[in-house]
Design a protein around this ligand. Structure first.
Ligand code: GLN
Length: 541
């Protein structure tokens, strides 16, 4: 029997609902349950793929090619369960499905309305693609009281009624602000937020109260009284020093025990030793390395969420703290790279779009190559590495990407066709922007004897993609003659997936996004190896 836990947020946004959900998922998992985590997003975009990283943070891509909310990254990193297309939906997608059905005549002449048609579509989504999971955790994006989240709240209210208490639970995350002049944590915003939920017919079964300090028992009792929740189900959700200690902290406050109590299940206590070990390693590293991340969206770190986490995982694997130096590549257009990169132990150019800042990234690549500083190029960072090699080593000064406009020497270009399995897929220049990139997991064949092959220890790997342009295979011979080895190719041999310089301590560019698959208990081999190289570099400088 699958049970559903609905997680809503109140008072303010950015309370860490995604992390709270991920932590609860991992605790239930540690008690031996099979979990799935889902996110319902109230905005009108069909998916976050077309949104600016400044607005929405990173777009997290699943194996099956969905462009999803970054919270799915937290879910996957914490639980190790691979997210799917069926784990994230937006109002935009729900409406576009409902409207398509209406146009087809599927509603048989009915007046199509938010209730029941839109809410039915939401309920269908929540219940879909579930097999033997013990728990499905469903996070509702936004804050209670937003107009746009109303259909979602109405749908989960109906589900709560249909599934019954034994199969549904409502968890509400709120904030207890501390007022220094009064010296008190205030419960009123929480009371109001619960009132708001009640006005749409949802009585929360549990409250998680974010707070920057311990919550006195009296306050807990007061919240329980006013919000009609058992006192022990008012869970203090205190600030912690690392996100990976969230499961431990919430467990101590009784989170998973209260969930079991709600559903009246007798489950063994979770074994949290692996979490304790990881947190200990984070808190007490043996050393520290500095990695420069040369990108574009460096002012909003959520844009590179998975990347920052994957680097941290690589640090944990090497027992070091990874300090990240975020650098806006545009600065290299007017200033010398040396003063910014001279004392870093590794340089990483992450995924990116558009010409702005590209020349700065190419400068960073050149610095890393010439100075033999470990270099990791991801997606756009690989494309810039190839252009740098073409311009400065292979004697192709006009080398460029057609992403920047018509190119005389299109080292990186738009492939209009490529093969996935035995299906031919097409991309066109004039097509829609949304959902039209090369998305999701693709296989890559590694060349024996290369650094990439040695790192992965496998002949065939599968990694997630999100890009429109490809390195142009027609330049392979000239680039290889200049020393750049193509160490990973698509199985049909047409698309370069990995490039490397064998005569460099660590220089690898990958067309895919390995950061999306790195997990706290399963760090990605490329990140582990890159951080290891940075540790070696730190001994040199
Ligand atoms: N802009 C490049 C492309 O579309 C790279 C994309 C990325 O880095 N994710 O191919």
């Amino acid at each position: 029997m699958t049970r559903f836990i609905f997680i809503t947020g109140g008072v303010v946004s950015s309370l860490g609902k995604g992390l709270a959900s991920a932590a609860l998922g991992s605790l239930l998992q540690a008690r031996g349950f099979k979990v799935r985590l889902r996110k319902l997003d109230p905005y009108l975009n069909v998916d976050p793929g077309t949104m600016s990283p400044y607005q929405h943070g990173e777009v997290y891509v699943t194996d099956d090619g969905a462009e999803t909310d970054l919270d799915l990254g937290h879910y996957e990193r914490f639980t190790g369960v691979a997210s799917r297309q069926s784990d994230n939906v937006t109002t935009g997608r729900i409406y576009s499905n409902v409207l398509a059905k209406e146009r087809r005549g599927d509603y048989l002449g009915a007046t199509v309305q938010v209730i029941p048609h839109v809410t039915d579509a939401i309920k269908e989504f929540v219940l879909s693609d579930v097999t033997d999971e013990d728990f499905v955790l469903c996070e509702i994006g936004g804050t209670v009281g937003d107009i746009e989240s109303l259909p979602f709240l109405e749908a989960i209210r109906q589900l709560g009624n249909e599934l019954g208490r034994d199969r549904a639970m409502f968890v509400h995350l709120t904030l207890l602000p501390y007022i220094p002049s009064a010296g008190e944590l205030k419960t009123k915003p929480t009371q109001h937020s619960v009132k708001e939920l009640l006005s749409v017919g949802i009585q929360p079964d549990m409250l998680m109260c974010r707070s920057d300090r311990p919550i006195p028992q009296g306050e807990r009792r007061k919240i329980a009284l006013f919000c009609n929740v058992r006192e022990e189900a008012v869970i203090p959700a205190l600030d912690v020093d690392t996100i990976y200690s969230v499961p431990l902290s919430y467990h101590e406050q009784g989170l998973d025990a209260q969930v079991c109590k709600h559903f009246r299940i007798d489950a063994p206590e979770p074994d949290l030793t692996p979490w304790r070990k990881v947190v200990e390693r984070i808190r007490q590293p043996e050393g520290e390395v500095t990695i420069a991340v040369v990108g574009k969206y460096t002012s909003l770190l959520d844009s590179y969420k998975s990347l920052a986490e994957a680097l941290q995982h690589g640090g944990i694997a090497n027992n070091v703290r990874v300090r990240l130096n975020w650098i806006d590549s545009q600065i290299f257009e007017s200033e010398d790279v040396v003063q910014y990169l001279d004392d870093v132990h590794g340089i990483l150019v992450p995924g990116g779009f558009g010409e702005r800042g590209a020349s700065g990234k190419i400068e960073a690549v050149r610095f890393a190559r010439e100075r033999k500083v470990p270099y990791f190029g991801i997606c756009f960072g690989m494309q810039m590495a190839v252009i740098e090699a073409a311009r400065n080593l292979a004697g192709i000064p006009k080398a460029s990407s057609t992403e920047f406009g018509p190119a005389e020497e299109p080292l990186v270009g738009l492939m209009t066709e490529w093969v996935r399995g035995n299906q031919l897929e097409k991309r066109s220049q004039a097509g829609d922007l949304g959902g039209t990139m090369r998305l999701g997991a693709y296989e890559c064949r590694l060349t024996p004897g290369t650094h990439a092959h040695q790192i992965y220890g496998a002949d065939i790997i599968s990694e997630r993609h999100r890009h429109r342009y490809e390195v142009n295979i027609n330049y392979r011979e000239r680039l290889e003659a200049a020393g750049l080895v193509f160490s990973g190719m698509s199985p049909d041999g047409l698309l370069p997936e990995i490039v490397e310089f064998p005569d460099h301590p660590w220089f690898i560019g990958v067309q895919f996004h390995p950061e999306l698959k790195s997990k706290i208990f399963d760090p990605h081999p490329l990140f582990t190896s890159f951080v290891k190289a940075a540790v070696e570099q730190s001994r040199l400088v």
